[in-house]
Write a protein that binds this ligand. Sequence first.
Ligand SMILES: *[C@@H]1O[C@H](CO)[C@@H](O)[C@H](O)[C@H]1NC(C)=O
Ligand SMILES: *[C@@H]1O[C@H](CO)[C@@H](O)[C@H](O)[C@H]1NC(C)=O
Length: 293
Amino acid sequence: MLLCVRWIQPLLALLSSALLTWGAICPPSCLCPDPHTVDCSGRGLTRLPEPLPLDVRRLLLSNNWIPKIPSDFLVLYSDLVYLDLRNNSITQIEAGTISPSSRLVFLDLGSNNLTEIPTGTFGESRSLIKLRLGSNPYLSMVSEDAFLGLTSLRELELERNALSSLQVGALSQLPSLKVVRLEGNPWVCDCDFSELFAWLVENRDKLPNGVEGLECMLPMDGQRVTLDQLTQDSFQKCNETLTLTDLLIIIFSGISVSVAAIMTSFFLASTVHCFQRWGKGSKQDDDDDEEED
Ligand SMILES: *[C@@H]1O[C@H](CO)[C@@H](O)[C@H](O)[C@H]1NC(C)=O
Ligand SMILES: *[C@@H]1O[C@H](CO)[C@@H](O)[C@H](O)[C@H]1NC(C)=O
């Protein structure tokens, strides 16, 4: 009897603690393979699952139809380090959703419906190491300060989006960046691309397929070329190209100079003419005087 109690007590304790920590709290139809992981991938979810254990660290939600992350979600689940929302319907991340104190290390928002990444989207989170934003077919605008403050970010994925340009500051402000994926975007190698081009050439070791793995469209004829076919000289003309203001100033100063030249020559010609007439006139006067004498 005593032996029995000795066996049953720890067993009960184990069972109840298991039920309390995760068994009981696992959201319906999801899997909770360990106390800190919740896996709800491909469950047809249209919003974030509930209830979640408050100390959840890994949340796997790929292949669902989730349209947004409530702005207080990461405040509530502050232990979250790994959030996989790949292949959902997210159109935007509200400012403040991710804060500087968030513990998020890995965030996958690939294959969603993001259209732009404004300043402050990732809340200057210092813990973020890997950020996946690829395959968002309408993502055409990434602000220059979109990744500002992400001091630990090592991997950034922006491949297969709708980006035709990107300000180089978005990448050059990342002190820990080791890998950046940019392929499969409709890049246009016009004058604005020149600075990004220079950065890419200098940081080619960060590109998984080098500069030869990136294509851009020439603005003149729409031809697609790989970046290794271009040199900084390809953009040399851009520095010489005049803006409309420059052109106006040149045209205007040209006109002013011509007008001034015409007026000066007219003035000179009239003056010369005057002197000539005056010369003739005074000579005649002299003659008249002589006759009177
Ligand atoms: C994306 O999720 C949907 C819905 O679960 C699924 O049918 C589709 O196969 C997924 N696509 C990919 C590329 O995994
Ligand atoms: C994504 O957005 C586009 C328009 O911006 C819309 O037509 C499309 O249905 C959206 N797709 C999803 C899966 O939400």
